[in-house]
Design a protein around this ligand. Structure first.
Ligand SMILES: NC(=O)c1ccc[n+]([C@@H]2O[C@H](COP(=O)([O-])OP(=O)(O)OC[C@H]3O[C@@H](n4cnc5c(N)ncnc54)[C@H](O)[C@@H]3O)[C@@H](O)[C@H]2O)c1
Length: 392
């Protein structure tokens, strides 16, 4: 069987979730190309050899430039903070390697555009880990809308609400604009912009208005490496400025005529990972909430009024629900990490020239999401509507 040597650049939260995905994909799926977990890069204080041993990487390195250029590497997977997506991805593309990169595509629109250009120049495949597309319930929503089940879409209501960013959390890279680009916006709105573009099959044409707020303007500096979102307990005594938003809300229009609202927040107390959308069409409606990720709610407005009502679909039935046939029997539910394994499978299919299970975003596609992020930031700063035609 054909194989491909994968290099993983970064070993934090996503480093673990991608390591799991590359390790599991050929056990649960039959990908046309088998990934070999060749090299993981980490910073020296992260102990890359121990990470490699734990997750099954053959080699580790503290020099990402050497890794992405190595002739032994066939695919580069980027799981660094956002400011490093462009330098790492562009170095890999310049070496002729296909790249899969975490979301958002980059911290800034300029970086994102340069990545799209580098991908075009390299002429190789690229992928962005908008993993929620690969929850069976979200993939099913995409398929149902495509089949016309909702009729004409009128309303899109999306929110991604978390509550981890209390004052106890130190100034992680996620609170630093030079490293992250933006706060909850690029982190969370990126996902729901991508997911609603994916499910509706339509593009956002205008951000009508936006509001951004930073509630906690100074945070204690971390005492050591403070990865992931928690980091509480690692706060020192010195303070630094928070330079990103805690929340961004915006209203938008889709090309299909629908109006939409988006909300991203890190201090939405009571919501740990409430990544949700509700879509109302003329013939029906859909609701998804990641906190109940195996379920999709559907409302069929074509039934007699007397029997209309919300139905909960348990999206665990093979072969009717995407990806499920490769996991467990009915209602033996899957979790967060499975979306990444599903995506690893589709990446390997596309690399082999096959169609993915459902569409997978490349750099060009993720750039469209980045333009919407940018339009909302302009709208919030200048307090005005922003047409996407303004954001090149
Ligand atoms: N798809 C998702 O649902 C999802 C979830 C969380 C994070 N992310 C994205 O994944 C990326 C990484 O986030 P994370 O939560 O894993 O972060 P993290 O802080 O846990 O890990 C980042 C890793 O990047 C490496 N790194 C840090 N600074 C670096 C530098 N200057 N140069 C090179 N490497 C460096 C380190 O190995 C570190 O462990 C971000 O772009 C984030 O937006 C995506």
């Amino acid at each position: 069987m054909q194989t491909i040597n994968v290099a993983l650049i970064g070993q934090g939260f996503m480093g673990r979730s991608h390591s799991n995905a590359w390790g599991q994909v050929a056990r649960f799926f039959k990908p046309p190309i088998r990934p070999i977990m060749h090299t993981v890069y980490g910073q020296p204080e992260e102990n890359p050899p121990a990470f490699a041993a734990n997750w099954g990487w053959l080699h580790s390195s503290t020099n990402w430039e050497e890794v992405v250029r190595s002739p032994e590497i066939g695919l580069v997977d980027v799981v660094t903070p956002n400011h490093m997506h462009a330098p790492v991805a562009k170095a890999a593309l310049a070496a002729g390697k296909p790249v899969c990169c975490e979301k958002p595509l980059a911290g800034t629109l300029d970086d994102a555009r340069s990545m799209v250009e580098a991908a075009k120049a390299a002429g190789v495949k690229t992928f962005v880990w908008f993993n929620y597309r690969r929850c069976p319930a979200v993939a099913l929503a995409h398929q149902l809308v495509k089949q016309g089940v909702l009729g004409e879409i009128r309303h899109v209501r999306a929110a991604y609400l978390q509550d981890w960013a209390s004052e106890a959390v130190p100034l992680l890279w996620r609170f630093d604009r030079s490293l992250a680009g933006s706060g909850a916006h690029g982190d969370l709105n990126a996902h729901i912009i991508d997911m609603t573009r994916f499910v509706t099959g339509s593009e956002i044409t205008e951000v009508v208005g936006a509001i951004a707020e930073t509630f906690i303007k100074r945070r204690k500096l971390p005492t050591g490496p403070a990865g992931e979102t928690l980091g509480a307990g690692r706060a020192g005594e010195e303070y630094g400025d928070v330079t990103v938003d805690d929340t961004v809300l915006f209203l938008a229009r889709f090309a299909n005529g629908a109006v939409a609202s988006f909300e991203a927040a890190r201090q939405a107390t009571g919501n740990q990972n409430r990544n949700m959308f509700e879509i109302n069409g003329t013939k029906g409606a859909l609701k998804f909430d990641f906190e109940r990720m195996n379920e999709l709610q559907i409302y069929d407005a074509t039934l007699p009024r007397a029997v209309q009502g919300w139905t909960t679909i348990m999206c665990t039935h093979a072969p009717d629900h995407p990806y499920v046939a490769n996991w467990w029997p009915d209602a033996h539910i899957i979790g967060y990490e499975h979306g990444f394994v599903n995506q690893a499978y589709d990446i390997l299919k596309v690399l082999a020239g096959e169609e993915p299970t459902v569409p997978i975003p490349d750099f060009e596609d993720a750039y469209q999401t980045q333009r919407v992020l940018e339009a909302a930031l302009i709208s919030a700063a200048e307090r005005r509507p922003v047409s996407l035609s303004e954001v090149k």
